[in-house]
Design a protein around this ligand. Sequence first.
Ligand code: ZN
Length: 203
Amino acid sequence: MDESQSALLAARGYRTRPAGTAPDGAGARKDAVVDDLIEFLRARLDEDAERARAAAARPDAASEEAWRVSGSHSDAGGTYWSVTAGVMGQEVVELVGGGMSGGGAHTEGMAEHIARHDPARVLAEVDAKRRLLDLHALVHRDVLWLDSEGGEATEEIAVCGHCVPRHSCFSDRGAVPQGGCATLRLLATPYADHPDYRNDWRP
Ligand SMILES: [Zn+2]
């Protein structure tokens, strides 16, 4: 990774795995690959939550109202939109200025986007994704499939505890879904530009 790439990642709040500690994907077992994927996802969600908390209008306040687009201001340069947050139903904090008083969002769409992705929304999404990680964790489970003679074969295999229910039976050994399920892989795709993201995680 060169310096500009490091700076870009740092600007996005990413921490990267220290050099030389990347796992060797070539010989890794499928469940080890999934362990790495889950560790990667937890680290990215921790970063997202940390950034969201730091972005709160008043990080020390117990709660704040949803961010909202609070108005627009036009001057010779155009129209600018402001975004505000209320803290504890009392104080209104201007987050993005409305125009000449100190800048502003250049389009209403930008202001709406900022307000829609306020810290509360991001933290709620992080919480939902952490629950998905728990729901789709690997478990070692006896899985059944039909062998070439039409009989039943079974083996304890690491599978997604949600996508492969107990007593699942598959048409053949190759049909048994092993490793990270599609849900885990899809959760990681927004972070595919991170240097620790691995191509074998792609859905
Ligand atoms: Zn799953």
